[in-house]
Design a protein around this ligand. Sequence first.
Ligand code: GDP
Ligand code: IMO
Ligand code: MG
Length: 428
Amino acid sequence: MKVDVLLGLQWGDEGKGKVVDVLTPDYDVIARFQGGPNAGHTLEFDGIKHVLHTIPSGIFHSNKTNVVGNGVVIDPIIFMKEIVALEAMNVNINERMVISRKAHLILPTHRLLDAASEQAKGKKKIGSTLKGIGPTYMDKTGRNGLRIGDIESDNFQERYDALKSKHLQLLAQYDFEFDLTEMEAEWMKCIEKFKGFKLVDSEHLINAQRRAGKKILAEGAQGTLLDIDFGSYPFVTSSNTITAGACTGLGVAPNQIGEVYGIFKAYCTRVGSGPFPTELDGEVGERMRKAGHEFGATTGRPRRCGWIDIPALKYACMINGVTQLIMTKADVLSEFEHIKVCTAYEYLGEKIDYLPFDVVGSELTPVYEELEGWSEDLTGLGSIDEIPSTLQAYIDYLERILETPITIVSVGPDRNQTLMRESTWVIA
Ligand code: GDP
Ligand code: IMO
Ligand code: MG
């Protein structure tokens, strides 16, 4: 079996956690391939909300293997907090989860470096989640990093001390105060606990499962517009959030990728700094934030809100090779009588339908089309056949313009608020 991938097409928070949980019954293995505790994936069922940061969103289902892949970066302190919360829900972690020995460790000093770097940037800050993501991936590519597998080696402490002292030298260059003692002690305690988890060479496990005909779903974190290569650089994260990232982050060959589920909100949000062409600053944006409860799952920061951006979505579909689209939060747009769709930008006096290179340094003015909205409450709908005709028209419009079928429509945060759809879309 080929490996299917589910990933975000916007700036993250598209609802990946919820939909992965919904799809998990169809799969044997759920594998995270990049990112780390900067992610916040929310799942809701039986009236309880769960937020996962590093652990794959298949963890609530029994008889499934959840893989934390080599492309992920792990903060042992945050990871252990997730484990404690899961154990309180009677989830047997070692029955359901394995961790790649090749996944990199986030050190306490990585977090400090992230904070010091952001503080030094002042107004130009990325708006990082301050989880140490950038500095950890820098050490990975700089070939200085520590990996989960290193925990098992005799000289782990020595290697930790060497990397820490490098970091302390770097930190001395910043005007930044810190006290490492408590965080370091906690970190070391959590590291010890990792020895009790199943640490594996996950690339072998994934490929063996694949060859045995098992179904594997790779779960992305962040979104395509935060990708280190193709996002709005430098206002991005430090990993490849795209389909190619699933290959490098799990050890899956490109010709073994199957379906690519691209997930997007029926509108747009962004948390942190950086360009956002369709952002709504005023009252309309505030209404959207309120209706969609748009506050970060990891940092609690208010998310910036705006209308859907078609040139950006088309770009994301192209980069990822999306084969099926999933639209979330359709219920939030019930708030609006009319819905705007950005179909192009005005840029340097011209109308363009693509993201220009200098998306950071330039003003892009969105060109909108307006569609009829729907005012019906969608959150109680039991089947796609019950949706209002104007929502049907919105779906048809998006399929046509994005040239990709929409096969799932999400109408609420709960597992059950998910409408499966057989698309009749065909290339004209
Ligand atoms: P992720 O990072 O992509 O997993 O998304 P987040 O969990 O950060 O953010 C998505 C938020 O929207 C969470 O609070 C979800 O519970 C919620 N959510 C997901 N799908 C829907 C939906 O269709 N409608 C509504 N109203 N909320 C949703
Ligand atoms: P999920 O998986 C939304 C954003 C941060 C910041 C930028 C860089 O929940 O969709 P980093 O901490 O990676 O150095 O931050 O990326 N960011 C996210 N925004 N959802 C996420 O993950 C994000 N992970 C990082 O806000 O702008
Ligand atoms: Mg999130």
